[in-house]
Design a protein around this ligand. Structure first.
Ligand SMILES: NC(=O)C1=CN([C@@H]2O[C@H](COP(=O)(O)OP(=O)(O)OC[C@H]3O[C@@H](n4cnc5c(N)ncnc54)[C@H](OP(=O)(O)O)[C@@H]3O)[C@@H](O)[C@H]2O)C=CC1
Ligand SMILES: O=C(O)C1=N[C@H](C(=O)O)C[C@H](O)C1
Length: 268
């Protein structure tokens, strides 16, 4: 049995995670955290998902930290998430954390790495099985096509409310591509005149936003005479929420350290 506290509980992902966690016999919801001035603030997670449970919603994680083994954080506010991790790292009980929020700066990632020497942390920009498999496929394709004249472009599309661009998933895909190909230059969007055509030593990244698109990522390897496209399309947020709940169960008794969804899914 794992007891979870869900941060960002009133958000698109927070609500979904609460629904999935409630249905899981191995999971108990200890409470929720939400921004203090949230207009839709509810006192209890039960009110949010339409069930009767004892799980208070607060704006200060410290007040309910003892009600959970693992904090699942989808607050979407990177500074707030870091604040929660600092609190867990300083707590004598060394609870665990699952971070789904995206958009961290390099300095923030560095601090997450440092704090994860104190507590176990799963940090993953995408918790679906499909996208984590996509990461592996992209790595394989990049390795096989390296130096053979294939231009690489990354395209992602998300709903109109998404705050960060490019998506955390696209950022991770680019990191994998850079690592495998040795290409260092990344071009975000393209504009202007390319007198000599597209340089081969760059990766193009395009972030599309609109409507209610849950999340789509495509990596294109374009050669002369053929093109390989690897695409993942999310049809619902359930796939991310299920992954987050699985990650919480997995990380509960792990030693301190920084893990990702490939560790949780055994894809490494
Ligand atoms: N790893 C994965 O698999 C996935 C990751 N994501 C990421 O998760 C994050 C959230 O996405 P989504 O649910 O769509 O966003 P939402 O904006 O719908 O949800 C975020 C919620 O957190 C609240 N919040 C803001 N500040 C705090 C705080 N200090 N403490 C607690 N709660 C706070 C927000 O309140 P308010 O609106 O009032 O600011 C909002 O209710 C994003 O970074 C997104 O990229 C999304 C899907 C999958
Ligand atoms: O904000 C979202 O919605 C999503 N964010 C994640 C990301 O930034 O990669 C994952 C998913 O694509 C949905």
């Amino acid at each position: 049995m794992v007891k979870v506290i869900i941060s960002g509980i009133m958000g698109r992902m927070g609500k979904k995670i609460a629904e999935i966690a409630y249905q899981d016999p191995d999971v108990e919801i200890g409470g929720g955290v939400e921004r203090p001035d949230c207009v839709h603030f509810h006192e209890n997670v039960g009110e949010i998902i339409g069930e009767k449970i004892d799980a208070p919603v607060v704006s200060d994680l410290a007040k309910i930290i003892d009600r959970g083994d693992v904090v699942i954080d989808f607050a979407g506010n990177t500074e707030a998430v870091l604040g929660h991790l600092r609190l867990l790292a300083a707590d004598k009980n060394k609870k665990a954390m699952v971070i789904g929020t995206t958009g961290f700066t390099e300095d923030q990632i560095k601090e997450i790495k440092e704090l994860s020497t104190e507590v176990p942390v799963v940090l993953a920009p995408n918790m679906s099985i499909g996208v984590n498999l996509l990461f592996k496929l992209v790595q394989e394709a990049a390795k096989a096509l390296k130096g053979k004249g294939y231009d690489i472009e990354v395209i992602e599309m998300h709903h109109r409310f998404k705050k960060d661009a490019p998506s955390g998933t696209a950022v991770k895909i680019v990191d994998i591509l850079k690592e495998e190909t040795g290409i260092k230059k990344v071009v975000y969007g393209r504009e202007g005149i390319y007198e000599n055509g597209r340089p081969s030593d760059e990766i193009g990244v395009f972030a599309l936003r609109g409507g209610d698109v849950v999340g789509e990522h495509t990596v294109i390897f374009a050669g002369m005479g053929e093109r390989i496209e690897l695409t993942h399309k999310a049809g619902s947020r359930d796939i991310f929420a299920k992954g987050a709940v699985e990650a919480a169960k997995w990380v509960k008794d792990k030693p301190a350290g920084l893990y990702d969804m490939m560790d949780v899914l055994g894809l490494k």
